[in-house]
Ligand binder design. Structure first.
Ligand code: GDP
Length: 474
């Protein structure tokens, strides 16, 4: 009776597809924004969701309709699996630790069996299964999108402007000098040259990484794989750098021989665009139904005005990927599929609850223009202040005779409970002077003891789930 089962499976499959019971959610954000912690918590909440462990704002659970969820192997076998088991083990270990951050793309698939709500659909099937694919990718890779519209010369010009800024000069002056001294018209056809170019490309990447890690600036006009190479670590495709000589940039390059150094660098840049950036956007990015962008606003509030401006610029750049309808050449390349975008500020367990709306509003102001552009494309956009794994609890104390809400967690060194008040979190954007008088300190806590047979403590993950998946459980 195999054929009957097969036919029934096919009918079920078709029925689920016709009802759109498959959703692909992509999670992104710059390094350290909290993607790994977020995906671990998202999967964990779904696995635990039941009548015993409630997710108050996630309707399918609240209505008692979510029967069970389980992790499955995703069908795109060429994409590495998100290491959920390893992440959860680390968080719930006797000496807990944060799982390793996102370095490349990975995917997880979770299937949720639920009772159908719609009275008409219910007549056909009482229960259905929603397949949720969760794709994790570095936000840095999204920053590559504008490169698709640039020639090597355009990109070099942009890098030159960027490298000339006072803040960056200190880090890049040596490598810029070395690049400037190259003879770009010289024939470039032996292996010694190749080795030297690879060495210079390495130095270029290292100087920018050092700048980025020290100054916390992500608004770097460079290929995302220079920062997070993923599977391209050591691959020759990344052995290029921009032309930083004004006189060479002002030349007409079309008459140059194909064997020159300049043409060789140009070929690598074009290869990177064609073979790395374009497939990434075609294969992963353009097949996403829903997107969540995570931003660590707590770090930037502890930084300076320049870091804030840099982050703002970077987020705007990141979000251009979701408002490509405005740009015809991008629209021709990728047809838009995203219908919902959530922008969430993470780690708000470091802030007393009465100030969560402040940090959300502060982030909203930071992304206002970009959010508006994405909304213009017909994408439903929502912002939220969340914590994937909460390390604190709110406690009211007294300050100058007035009640004051603080956060209580475990001291990172001693493991003893400590109280902390981070200062007054701003709710609007700040001028340079206002920024100077900002007195904020988000002290981090140790991870509390979390039992492996209980869900991870969180803040607003139920609301995130409702926004991203709620309507799919009809
Ligand atoms: P990724 O680079 O985007 O994958 O970022 P991770 O998920 O690895 O998070 C980076 C770091 O941020 C972690 O190692 C934690 O120290 C911290 N973090 C992430 N999520 C939370 C959270 O919900 N609460 C707190 N307190 N810290 C978090």
């Amino acid at each position: 009776m195999d054929w009957i089962n097969n036919t029934l499976n096919k009918v079920n499959d078709l029925w689920d597809r016709s009802l759109d019971r498959h959703v692909r959610v992509a999670v992104t954000g710059l390094s350290g924004a909290g993607k790994t912690a977020f995906i671990t918590s998202l999967i964990n909440q779904l696995l635990f969701a039941s009548s015993e462990y409630q997710l108050p704002f996630f309707e399918v659970v609240e209505e008692g309709r979510l029967k069970a969820s389980k992790l499955e192997l995703h069908s795109e076998l060429h994409i590495p699996s998100f290491k959920y088991d390893q992440c959860i083990e680390q968080l719930t270990a006797e000496v807990p630790s944060w799982p390793e951050s996102t370095k490349s793309i990975s995917q997880a698939q979770i299937k949720c069996r639920f009772k159908v709500k719609n009275p008409w659909l219910k007549k056909v099937h009482e229960q259905s299964v929603l397949t949720v694919d969760i794709v994790d990718y570095p936000g840095e890779w999204l920053l590559d999108l504008p490169l698709l519209g640039m020639s090597f010369k355009d990109w070099s010009q942009q890098c030159l402007n960027y490298l000339q800024s006072e803040r960056r000069k200190d880090y890049t002056k040596d490598v810029v000098r070395a690049i400037s001294s190259l003879e770009f018209h010289k024939d470039f056809n032996n292996r010694d040259d190749d080795g030297y170019i690879a060495e210079l490309a390495k130095q270029y990447k290292e100087s920018l990484l050092q700048y980025r890690n020290t100054e916390g600036d992500n608004s770097i006009a460079l290929p995302g794989r220079f920062i997070l190479p993923g599977e391209l670590t050591g691959a020759p495709v990344l052995d290029f750098f921009p032309i930083v000589n004004e006189d060479v940039l002002s030349l007409d390059w079309s008459s140059l021989e194909g064997s020159t150094l300049l043409k060789s660098l140009e070929r690598k840049f074009d290869y990177y665009k064609r073979e790395i950036i374009k497939p990434f956007f075609e294969d992963y990015f353009s097949k996403v139904d829903r997107q969540i962008l995570l931003i660590d606003t707590t770090s930037v509030l502890e930084s300076d005005y320049e870091a804030y401006q840099d982050l703002k610029k970077t987020i705007e750049l990141l979000l251009t990927g979701f408002s490509y309808g405005r740009s015809n050449w991008l629209k021709r390349l990728f047809s838009p599929t995203i219908d919902k975008l959530m922008i969430a500020t993470t780690k708000v367990d470091l802030i007393p609850p009465d100030q969560h709306s402040n940090i959300e509003s502060f982030m909203q102001k930071m992304v206002a223009q970009a959010k508006n552009d994405v909304g213009y494309e017909g994408v439903e956009v929502e912002t939220m202040a969340i914590s994937s794994v909460s390390t604190s609890e709110p406690v009211t104390t007294e300050h100058n005779g007035q009640p004051m809400l603080c956060v209580k967690g475990l001291d990172n060194d001693t493991g003893e409970p400590v109280l902390h008040y981070p200062g007054k979190v701003p709710s609007t954007s700040l001028s340079r002077t206002e920024w100077q008088s900002l007195d904020i300190d988000f002290s981090t806590f140790g991870i509390p003891e979390i039992k492996a047979d209980e869900p991870l403590p969180y803040i607003r993950m139920d609301k995130v789930l409702q926004f991203l998946l709620g309507d799919k459980f009809s």
